[in-house]
Design a protein around this ligand. Structure first.
Ligand code: IMP
Ligand code: MG
Length: 339
């Protein structure tokens, strides 16, 4: 595999592309010295399955199972203190988790507002986790920061400094985006978006690295598109049809049924440009082509799924270096050696 010190991974559609699984796999395989999370906050849920057990993280990076990887949260990310402490406890990571002292803090008032305001809960269909109202308070310069919270005092660090120092030392750093490109406040389907920019540039800003520090940008697509909450979804199919297709999903934070459509090449191309993608990942190929389930070598794919991947590569001009073929983090075709 080529040496890739700084890899930024982001979602190419509306979130829930399977970034958690890709990131958990990359973490196990590459053993980065740091995994750092950008993005909005606990509105995102990353799910991954390892040795038959399902794990979910809403605050920690998806490398949480790695015993030697330092787990960081960048200053642009909002923290729900209770959720974070619970995850640190259940993954037993208190010796290696650090958050930036300038992370914003979500309080009950933000969660209440997110659930009570018609425009947020009904019209936009937010996750109700308080992230939008907290980011609004941050813009108004009245949001509490992590440095003011005694329960967090042992976890505080200058995350930007740690990440930049690690990169100076040529260590591998995994930068984890959350949500997806078209939920970006600036580039997405406004107003049906989240409360921040979540493209690769926004994620780098969240953790405090400059654009020239990034070596690879992996944009993750699912083999079909899903979205939760309101907003436009081109070629949307019914829940019944999604069920018949074998890809009906429910939200990992809110349990809401996800809406879906077939893979959207037009959106994929736009996401590639917005994020400056250098390589792609496609997840859940087995949901569309059940015969791919668990396959780990590209040459073992049947003609149809192979063509699906090769058509996307031909249309986008980018390599699909990682292909998800099942729920377990090792159910993956890793073609990085090829490049
Ligand atoms: P908010 O981020 O909770 O304010 O919700 C705004 C919109 O973004 C809603 O449509 C949410 O369903 C969506 N959203 C936010 N985070 C995620 C995510 O991690 N996955 C999928 N959708 C998300
Ligand atoms: Mg998710």
């Amino acid at each position: 595999m080529s040496y890739m010190p700084c890899v930024v991974t982001v979602g190419g559609f509306f979130g829930d592309e399977g970034k958690g699984k890709i990131l958990a796999y990359l973490a196990k395989k590459d053993m980065p010295s740091i995994a750092v999370r950008g993005g909005v906050g606990p509105n995102a849920g990353h799910t991954f399955m390892y040795e038959g057990r399902t794990y979910k993280v809403r605050m920690l990076p998806s490398a949480a199972l790695n015993k030697t990887t330092k787990l960081l949260i960048g200053s642009g990310v909002l923290i729900n203190v209770e959720v974070l402490l619970q995850e640190i406890f259940s993954f037993d990571t208190s010796d290696r988790t650090f958050v930036d002292s300038q992370c914003g803090i979500i309080e009950k008032i933000h969660i209440d507002k997110d659930n009570e305001e018609y425009d947020l809960r009904e019209k936009i269909g937010t996750t109700g986790t308080g992230t939008g109202p907290a980011n609004a308070d941050r813009s108004l310069r009245r949001l509490k920061l992590a440095r003011e919270i005694p329960d967090l005092s042992v976890y505080l660090e200058d995350v930007s400094n740690s990440v930049n120092n690690a990169l100076d030392n040529k260590e591998n750093v995994m930068v984890e985006g959350t949500q997806g490109t078209f939920l970006s406040l600036y580039h997405g389907d406004y107003p049906y978006v989240t409360s921040k920019d979540v493209t690769s540039s926004g994620i780098c800003s969240d953790i405090g690295i400059g654009p020239k520090r990034v070596d690879e940008v992996i944009v993750v697509f699912k083999a079909y598109v899903t979205r939760v909450g309101s907003g436009h979804l081109e070629n949307e199919i019914s829940g019944q049809q999604a069920k018949e297709n074998g890809w009906l999903e429910f939200g990992s934070v809110t349990s809401r049924q996800r809406r879906s459509s077939p893979f959207n090449l037009r959106l994929a191309k736009k996401a590639i440009v917005l994020n400056g993608a250098t390589q792609l990942a496609v997840t859940k190929l087995d949901a569309v082509f059940p015969e791919c389930s668990g396959i780990k070598e590209f040459d073992k794919l049947k003609p149809q799924p192979k063509k699906f991947i090769e058509d996307i590569e031909a249309e986008t001009g980018l390599k699909i270096s990682l292909i998800g073929t099942g729920a377990e983090i090792n159910d993956i075709i890793d073609r990085r050696e090829r490049f």
